[in-house]
Design a protein around this ligand. Structure first.
Ligand code: CP
Length: 305
């Protein structure tokens, strides 16, 4: 596998994460017009699972970096004729693409791609990892709190099927944050510490809500949507008990009225749309690294790791 690939948060390590977050900050504040140069070969975006935020913020970042791109229509690709993911990716490499951005419903799909020469950025693999979502989550927390150490982060919802929960659990603890989970019994995940949401809401700096990943459920959720909202949703009553200076996060897409009261999606504590905005800077940083560029000089990073 190309060494510049970005596949998992643990693979990046603490220093790799810090370097990408510094570059994201500098993309936002100093190198706003930085481009890769006109001679770069195009990037291919392959999404075998639906996406709005990840796909189109990668596309936006690629355009801003001056890169040509192809959005491969997975439903019309030769994968539907039985071609393996590896052969599809090897084909794109042979055609001349310089980088693949891939989302797949399959956990660790990238293990099949070890013989590729070009880098891969993982845009989400099953319930495995979602590195660029985790990076933009960390970035948004840093933007608000200016540090990660000591933060109490409560992640609520379908933890079992969530790559966002896993990537954040793996990474936030490296930076000294305390991470705990809440949600229905049926969506618990081994090794993940669960707490009472009604107690956690009063002490958490970050309340991160997750969608029920219905596309990954083998059986329907046993709770009705209304029961879920009453037990694990961010209601106005729970919102009123949140800690001072705390924030609401959600990777989205949001199911308004289920994991969060619709009126709270754009409430003062919500940084949900800020996360999406920050995703572009983070993805620019990831593309730059994957294409082999070194980090920007980082003399002016204002936040503490
Ligand atoms: N948060 C996230 O990955 O959203 P999309 O599925 O729309 O990309």
């Amino acid at each position: 596998m190309n060494v510049n690939s970005i596949l998992t948060m643990t693979g990046l390590g603490k220093e790799g994460v810090e370097s990408l977050l510094r570059d994201a900050f500098l993309f936002q504040n100093r190198y706003t017009d930085w481009q890769t140069g006109s001679q770069r070969a195009p990037v291919a975006n392959l999404f075998f699972e639906n996406s709005t935020r990840t796909h189109y913020s990668f596309a936006f970042a690629e355009m801003a970096l001056g890169l040509q791109r192809a959005d491969i229509d997975a439903a019309r690709s030769s994968v539907t004729k039985g071609e393996s993911l590896y052969d599809t990716c090897k084909t794109l490499e042979s055609i001349g693409y310089s980088l693949l951005v891939i989302r797949s419903p399959e956990d660790c799909y990238y293990k099949q791609l070890e013989n590729l020469s070009i880098p891969v950025i993982n845009a989400g693999d099953g319930k495995g990892d979602h590195p660029t979502q985790c990076l933009l989550d960390l970035y948004t927390m840093l933007e608000h709190f200016h540090h990660l150490d000591g933060l109490k982060v409560c992640i609520v919802g379908d933890i079992e099927h969530s790559r966002v929960a896993k990537s954040n659990f793996d990474t936030l603890r490296l930076f000294g944050a305390e991470v705990f989970f809440s949600g229905p019994e049926e969506f618990r995940r081994e090794g993940f510490p669960f707490v009472d949401f009604d107690k956690a809401i009063e002490v958490s700096d970050v309340v991160m809500l997750l969608r029920i990943q219905r596309e990954r459920l083998s059986l329907p959720m046993t709770l009705t949507d209304a029961e879920y909202h009453r037990l694990f949703g961010l209601t106005k009553e729970r919102y009123a008990r949140m800690k001072e200076n705390s924030i609401i996060m959600h990777p989205a897409p949001v199911n308004r009225g289920i994991e969060i009261d619709s009126d709270l999606v754009e409430s003062p504590r919500s940084v949900i749309f800020r996360q999406m905005h920050n995703g572009v800077f983070v993805r620019k940083a990831c593309i730059k690294k994957a294409l082999g560029f070194s980090s920007f000089p980082s003399d002016s990073f204002p936040w503490r790791f």
